[in-house]
Design a protein. Sequence first.
Length: 302
Amino acid sequence: MHTAAPVPGPAGSPSPDWADRTATLLEEVRARSPLVQCITNTVVQNVTANVLLALGASAAMIDVTTEAGPFARVADALLVNTGTPHPEPRAASVEAASAAVDVGTPWVLDPVAVGALPVRTALARELLALRPTVLRGNASEILALLGDADGGRGVDSTAGTDEARAAALRASDGRLVGAVAVSGPVDLLVAPGTGVVRVANGSPLLTRITGGGCALGAVVAAFAAVVPDDPGAAAVAGTVVHTVAAELAARDAGGPGTFQPLFLDRLATLTPEDVLRVARITTESAPPTIPGSAAAPTVVRP
């Protein structure tokens, strides 16, 4: 068991336990090398696969119909990203998510650029009805998908993470999702039993490379594979590992061109001690239920 001194963060109280748990789960991901099926946008497929390999997981880009569903039944986790919703991947994503729900494969929904764009918004809402293990996106995407706003500017968020806090709490406590991960300068993670967790690591350079955010969905899926009954832990641990590696890589990067390979190197060499030393995690207790919603267990699968 790893131990660390409390690390102060931007809000809430110090939380050494989350850094400790993340360090342990990082070792589990590397020991088990989970196979993550990725139905993701064509712009980031290579980056996503490389990030998973650097982490110690495996990637399979199975995104065609008649294959996507059967593969989701044998994969350790599934990522569905709506970034380039061409007709066949749209059908394959619903097929795969339905199969994942049927057999209990944990899966992550990344609703890229939902809101103003009608095709992906309709697809993301259809997928949301299947109750993803983790819903991950920027604040504007989360607010738009949950019906609280119209969306951001394409893939860019126009809202802050705390603006999505209430919607995230309603979604997780209302049995719509297992956990919600809202990305931003300070990431916001919400799940029943977890409360509200903030992670203040990362680097602006993540927004200057292709796939910096989209690959995070795959990392969270890899962690969900090793803790399928604890979506909140998967969301927190995946976010911490991804952002700590980015922060360490940025220290040696001259710009986005050097940052990307350094980020992969840092993911591959990240140690539990790095997590304990660098992670800035704070927590606050969340209400057990949001008015108007039903109480929900941590595991959310029909």
